[in-house]
Design a binder for this molecule. Sequence first.
Ligand SMILES: [Zn+2]
Length: 282
Amino acid sequence: MDPVTIIRPRGAPVPAVFDSPHSGTHYPDDFDYIVPLSMLRRGEDPFVDELFAAAPDHGAPLIAATFSRMYIDPNRSDADIDPDMLDGDWPHPLTISRKTRSGMGLIRSQSGRKRAAIYGRKLSVAEVRRRIENYWRPYHDMLRRELDETHGRFGAVWHIDCHSMPSKWATGFDKAGEPNENDYVLGNRDGTTAGAEFTELVRETLAGFGFKVGVNDGQKGVELVRAYSDPARKRHSLQIEINRRLYWDERNFTKRDCFDEQRQTMTRLIEVICGYARGKVS
Ligand SMILES: [Zn+2]
């Protein structure tokens, strides 16, 4: 199975690229986890690739990982490795973040609310390198190539990094400091990965549909919006987190009846984003 898929634009291309790094459901044979698979599956952003399936109809490629983010997470740096998980010395520099130490780095060490240990042993340096080379790197290569080619062709690119979040993570704070459950959270790492105009366009569009939208509220975006963005050079990357409650039965792990409605909402958003990107370069 290819680690990453791309659906190319079906019509005239626009300078926008969509990616879904966490909707993959393939658990490779050498994963060797000791927790129930059902627990790992809670880490998936279920069907996010399906929710954004209209992107190619509007001129933008849609990239998606086929492998589970619990095996290796494309939305982390390849230096974000907890050395305590390894049975030997990592031969490259490491960047250890708060996420690494809490078990949520490139390769997760813990899963679920009970923070159960995913592995019953240390991982070898060789197997972690294999995961990077066979899964993480093809994903990054594909995304970077699409962003570079699009930017080369149009002089600008708008990248939308698509996710969904458990409803319990969607609680942010409103302007008065009161807790507030967001329907969507947009992340541009405090304005560093996407311009204000584009971020506001997406926020305003979703708010206009009647939703509560947070910006950098709890979720600010991680590696995929950071890695290839440079707003000053017209390379914009924006993360969008959908509250799973809008389309997913989190208890029974099934699509809700409103799934199609949610997909239609995302299709309307895609139309606005692709129309904006087209208008900016024509
Ligand atoms: Zn995600």
